[in-house]
Write a protein that binds this ligand. Structure first.
Ligand code: ADP
Ligand code: ZN
Ligand code: ZN
Length: 803
């Protein structure tokens, strides 16, 4: 007897374990670990992942697998092992780990349908007539028609059955191909036999005869011969043509040409940096490299040449870039070097397109994957390198289960394949730089820009001074002067508005009332486009009031600076300037991001105005001025990383200026000009920033000196939330060493979301081998035995969002 261990697709603590199922004889040898199967589970039929095969089971009554969903494993043994590791380190359910590794289109969707087994005269007439018209009746249809009760009777009497149909969302796209059905001589006979007025049909046959390929797309044949589908159909009916449906991939870049690029001769500093990486590839040895180099220092060329070596060895490469910098420019560089060997995975693709790219990898039709966070799970089986560009980006941490970090995941995979990992950044995360200092990672530096261009000159402007001089505009005098100068010279400017933590809100000028969300403890954000106020946490929205609800004053208006407001002001001050605005409003449509950039690249605009999304990856020769309108907004977020994020962002933005021949200038406007993160970003002095920030981290007992784990508890009842958090805090405290610092219970920075009160307990620790076990038992306790269903407990190991 063959038995399969199966993890079922029910994300719950009770079902987070392997269940045994018998493999029916007809599928013995076919069902493998890593395949999905349909299994009976209680009264239901659900999906599950086979994790292992065995010859016996200790379970008494063994149910059988109903059917396999795959013919080949969708998870290879290495990925199955990686899922164990993910489960262990992020405390997620095993099934969540498996799901995270597969494209969303493969997540099973069940459709419940009823089928008729045998009709009976006693059956409800409506039901009978429905079954007459449809093979299947969906649950929804039955519900809508009020037939569920009647159906239940029929199912009981075994005259109808309920089926859980697993539908795959990722439909394979296919195209119709046609070809000749007969060999040449037989065809000649048939052509002669065609009536004289069947000219069109003859044209099609001759066209196909002359073609080199046996099958051609029907559409192409019709276009080339000027015939219609009717002609083809007639030929198919006569048995002269065959039609086949061939699967095609939906390549989002299919109609684009990428100019082939050759490896550049490396500079001395690049050569020094790449040598250890090539050594690690050569020796098949795992090592993590931190490639620390300012923007424009030639990191990408090092990635490209390292990958090339890996491909020469017959191995594969994964390149992770932050979603926001998966710009066409970035994709071009990889496609330009490696052509069709490259698959691209980003969030702009439809579920179907992502599924196509995933299958190209699965079938080994590509060798390089460039993608955002989840591309770290690309199903390669002979990995030779993993590269993480902009490794400091917080988007590499997933903020839902499994709460994994792409960096740690990449290193785990690389250990298995004994291959290098390159972490690249101009402003490494404090954690990574500290590890490089300690020798855990090997530090590789590119201190100079290509051709030793100077870094741009940075001027920090104190906006409080501006106000004292009577300048109430959002542009300082210095920035305005330089803007005008660039316009005259025909050079380009990037204006950057940091919106994070700086949304526009509605406030009453007379009484100070601020419009807040009735369900969350957060103010509502003003959306000018729809003239609505929205809550970014729960989605609540309402129109802007015309008078203040508190004091009835009419002086209620919005504050804060949105990109649109800046655009309006530019229009007033510099009407001759051509402005391209890039923010969520102008780039939400597919392809608009690229179009706007293209416009700017072609010199059809003088000023590029935008939010975070313009901070990265831009590389245009004509940009000589970068203006940061408000540098400090992010500093005030209650997060120990706020200085680091501010420094990184300002450095990134400044790096957009003067990347080529023309010297660049940067103006940073701020209300806190003395803050070290702003001062040092102005000097682009990462090393000093690292030193000063490390002192702060040490004082605060934060990473990289301590690890963190965050437990967040929420409940509709405030008291229930706080008392549960208190119990949890005590429970954890009692089980960890004295060295662990446990802070709590305290209200979360956002104390209420969607009418649920939120409390947290923060654990800072250096070495607590029991911690994961303790946290797991906390979650088990509160999800299993606890009868209070309203209570939710979430654990985030190494959190990046502290709210
Ligand atoms: P980074 O990734 O560090 O920002 P890039 O790799 O984009 O730097 O390099 C900056 C510019 O220098 C690019 O235009 C790139 O084509 C060019 N470049 C990189 N390496 C070389 C080289 N060895 N020789 C000539 N040009 C190079
Ligand atoms: Zn008021
Ligand atoms: Zn809300």
């Amino acid at each position: 007897m063959q038995v399969a261990s199966v993890i079922v697709d029910v994300a719950a603590r009770q079902t987070d374990k392997e269940f045994d199922y018998k493999i029916p004889e007809k599928w013995e040898g076919l069902i493998q670990p890593g395949m999905r199967v349909i299994v009976p589970f209680g009264p239901r039929k659900i999906q599950g992942f086979v994790t292992a095969l065995k010859n016996a089971s200790s379970a008494k009554k063994l149910k059988s697998i109903i059917e396999p969903m795959d013919l080949l494993p969708v998870l290879n043994p290495e990925l199955l092992k990686l899922a164990d590791w993910l489960t262990e380190t992020t405390l997620c359910f095993k099934i969540s780990a498996y799901q995270a590794m597969l494209p969303a289109a493969m997540k099973a969707k069940y459709e419940k349908v009823f089928r008729l087994r045998e009709a009976a005269a006693s059956m409800n007439e409506e039901l009978l007539s429905l079954f007459h018209r449809h093979d299947e009746i969906t649950w929804e249809m039955a519900e809508k028609e009020g037939l569920l009760a009647a159906l239940r009777q029929e199912v009981k009497a075994n005259r109808a059955e309920l089926i859980y149909k697993v539908t795959s969302k990722g439909k394979k796209k296919s195209i119709r191909m046609i070809g000749l059905a007969l060999s040449d001589d037989k065809l000649a006979d048939s052509m002669n036999a065609l009536s004289a007025n069947a000219r069109k049909q003859k044209d099609v046959l001759s066209y196909l005869q002359a073609a080199e390929l046996p099958l051609l797309p029907a559409k192409e044949v019709m276009e080339q011969t000027g015939t219609s589908n009717g002609t083809l159909k007639a030929l198919i009916e006569k048995g002269l043509l065959v039609e086949r449906y061939q699967e095609v991939y939906r390549d989002p870049y299919e109609n684009r040409q990428f100019e082939q690029t050759e490896p550049l001769p490396l500079t001395d500093q690049q050569q020094t940096a790449i040598a250890p990486i090539l050594g690690s590839i050569e020796d098949v040895r795992h090592e993590t490299f931190l490639l620390y180099g300012v923007t424009g220092s030639g990191k990408t060329e090092i990635y490209l040449q390292s990958i090339q070596r890996v491909l020469e060895k017959g191995k594969e490469a994964i390149v992770l870039v932050p979603e926001i910098s998966l710009t066409p420019q970035m994709v071009h560089r990889f496609k330009g070097r490696f052509g069709d060997d490259v698959a691209v995975l980003h969030s702009g693709l439809s579920a179907g397109e992502k599924y196509d790219e995933w299958r190209k990898i699965q079938r080994k039709e590509v060798k390089v994957v460039v993608g955002a966070r989840s591309a770290v799970f690309a199903p390669f089986e002979n990995l030779g390198i993993i590269i993480i560009d902009e490794e400091h980006e917080t988007s590499y941490k997933q903020e839902e289960n499994p709460r994994y970090h792409a960096r740690e995941t990449a290193i785990e995979r690389a250990k298995f394949y004994q291959c290098p990992v390159i972490l690249g950044s101009a402003t490494p995360s404090l954690e990574s730089f500290a590890r490089a200092q300690k020798g855990v990672y090997q530090l590789l530096s590119l201190p100079n820009r290509m051709n030793n261009q100077r870094l741009p000159d940075v001027e920090i402007v104190d906006m409080r001074e501006e106000l004292r001089h009577g300048n109430r505009s959002m542009f300082s005098r210095a920035l305005f002067e330089k803007l005008t100068d660039r316009l005259e010279k025909g050079e380009q400017t990037v204006l950057f508005l940091n919106r994070r933590g700086h949304s526009s809100f509605i406030m009453c000028r007379d009484c100070g009332y601020v419009a807040g969300c009735p369900h969350c403890d957060i103010s509502l954000t003003y959306h000018r486009y729809s003239h609505q106020m929205k809550c970014h946490y729960c989605g609540f929205e309402e129109p802007v009031p015309s008078t203040c609800p508190e004091c009835q004053s009419e002086h209620i208006r919005y504050f804060g600076t949105g990109t649109q407001k800046v655009e309006d002001e530019l229009g007033k001050l510099l009407p001759q300037a051509r402005v391209v605005r890039m923010d969520v409003d102008t780039t939400s449509r597919k392809g608009s991001h690229e179009k706007l950039l293209q416009q700017f690249a072609e010199g059809k605009a003088d000023i590029l105005l935008g939010t975070q999304m313009i901070a990265k990856g831009l590389d245009f020769p004509n940009i000589t001025l970068v203006g940061v309108l408000s540098a400090d907004t992010m500093l005030h977020i209650p997060d120990f990383r706020s200085a680091e994020k501010t420094f990184q962002l300002l450095t990134q933005v400044s790096g957009r200026a003067g990347r080529h021949q023309l010297q660049g200038e940067v103006v940073i406007q701020t209300y806190t000009p003395d803050h070290y993160s702003i001062q040092l970003a102005g000097k682009q002095d990462y090393d000093q920033f690292y030193k000063e920030e490390m002192v702060m981290r040490k004082l605060g007992s934060y990473p990289p000196f301590y690890y963190l784990a965050l437990v967040t508890v929420s409940h509709e009842d405030l008291l229930a939330a706080s008392s549960a958090t208190e119990k949890i805090t005590h429970y954890i405290q009692a089980r960890l060493s004295n060295e662990a610092i446990i802070l709590g219970p305290v209200a979360s920075p956002i104390a209420r979301i969607n009418n649920r009160y939120r409390y947290q307990c923060l654990i800072k620790y250096k070495r607590e081998p029991k911690l994961n076990h303790v946290l797991k038992s906390v979650m088990e306790h509160y999800t299993k035995q606890h009868n209070d269903k309203g209570l939710q407990v979430a654990v985030d190991v190494n959190p990046f969002i502290m709210m």
